[in-house]
Design a protein around this ligand. Structure first.
Ligand SMILES: NC(=O)C1=CN([C@@H]2O[C@H](COP(=O)(O)OP(=O)(O)OC[C@H]3O[C@@H](n4cnc5c(N)ncnc54)[C@H](OP(=O)(O)O)[C@@H]3O)[C@@H](O)[C@H]2O)C=CC1
Ligand SMILES: CCCCCCCCCCCCCCCC(=O)OCC(=O)COP(=O)(O)O
Length: 321
């Protein structure tokens, strides 16, 4: 009887391996096919798409310009510094390995903190290629300071650049997207649009407002076939901390260690391209700790606020010593 049960066990092994193997092969095959179709769809979506990128003069915006250009997008590059935009255009025109058909970008210069300039810029943007398919609201400034020392003018400046500017530009471009029943609004927010850390009040507030506004927009424009993607990166190695403003409105001017140790902007730009190509709705591009912090804020707010208070105490102490 022991021989019979051994045979039975062997037969069972054979049956399960015969059944599991094709199942595994099938799953891998379906997954690969799904990935291939996704890549093909992404390629078709980005090739010839008219993409407007704000803050294209440096950092993440500049790298986004490179990846969207290489994907065959028709770019409208925005920033305040015309020379930097022209230099980028020359760099993009240099021979590269891309197989996609590429197009010479247009440059539109305007200050996002100036509502009048946004109206004029919108007309110029729409004239470049006749319409806009994808708007990447990337431009932004950061801030460092204590709430008690910071003038309300500084709060407003950060809000104007990071929140009212993108909101005004989006509102100005939306009617033409709605009319075509086609469009995609992307916004580069921050992990600080989901959690608030000490000495970043104006910046975190502007990014929380951004998250809220574009979440509302997503729901409202779904009926017009318009996509909305909110991207929340963690630290990136750019000039963000150097360009940050302080409590009295002066430039911070230093490269913080957190920024210096941040992700390579070229890698983040690839993730942005992928999120846009896949029409993702909300994406966090950060390391494990900030990622967990977002969940801690929701699941155990008391603990999160305690950690932030201790962070504030430590930072104040290290500044005083
Ligand atoms: N670096 C980081 O750690 C992180 C960055 N982010 C976000 O990424 C985005 C890009 O920042 P990043 O590349 O890091 O920083 P950079 O300082 O390198 O780039 C900021 C860009 O925004 C533009 N800009 C700033 N103010 C204005 C304005 N008033 N009008 C028009 N353009 C303006 C700048 O253009 P100009 O040449 O005119 O100054 C520049 O191109 C920002 O929204 C930032 O909040 C999010 C998470 C982390
Ligand atoms: C279950 C365990 C959870 C542990 C959580 C511990 C909490 C740790 C706090 C981590 C804080 C991360 C802050 C990340 C901030 C960030 O990435 O900001 C991106 C920016 O926008 C950077 O701008 P800045 O001007 O501040 O350089």
């Amino acid at each position: 009887s022991s021989r019979r049960s051994l045979l039975k066990a062997k037969a069972m092994d054979l049956i399960t391996s015969v059944a599991i193997l094709p199942l595994l092969v099938g799953c891998v095959g379906i997954f690969s096919l799904f990935k291939l179709l996704q890549r093909m769809h992404m390629k078709a979506y980005l090739q010839d798409a008219v993409v407007v990128i704000t803050g294209a003069t440096s950092g993440l915006g500049r790298e986004c310009a490179k990846v969207f250009y290489a994907a065959g997008a028709k770019l409208v590059l925005c920033g305040r510094n015309r020379e930097a935009l022209e230099e980028l255009t020359r760099e993009l025109a240099a021979p590269s390995a891309t197989k996609a058909q590429t197009y010479k970008p247009y440059a539109v210069t305007f200050d996002l903190a100036d509502p009048g300039a946004i109206v004029a810029a919108t007309a110029e943007i729409l004239q470049c290629f006749g319409h806009v398919d994808i708007l990447v609201n990337n431009a932004g400034i950061s801030y460092r300071g204590t709430i008690t020392d910071t003038t309300v003018d500084v709060d407003k400046r950060v809000m104007e650049t990071n929140y009212f500017g993108p909101v005004a530009l989006t509102k100005a471009l939306l009617p033409s997207m709605i009319e075509r029943r086609q469009g995609h609004v992307v916004v580069i927010s921050s992990i600080q649009g989901k959690i608030s850390i000490p000495f970043r009040s104006a910046y975190a507030a502007s990014k929380h407002a951004t998250q809220a506004f574009f979440d509302c927009l997503r729901a409202e424009v779904e009926q017009h076939e318009i996509e909305v993607t909110v991207i929340s990166p963690g630290y990136i190695h750019t000039n963000l901390s150097r360009n940050a403003i302080t409590a009295d409105g002066s430039r911070y001017g230093a490269m913080d260690e957190t920024t210096a140790q941040g992700r390579n902007p070229a890698d983040v730009a690839k993730d942005v391209l992928s999120a846009v190509g896949k029409k993702k709705k909300d994406v966090i591009l950060a390391d494990l700790l900030p990622f967990l912090a977002v969940y801690l804020r929701t699941l155990a707010p008391g603990l999160f606020f305690g950690l932030m208070a201790s962070r504030a105490r430590k930072e104040r102490k290290s500044k005083d010593s």
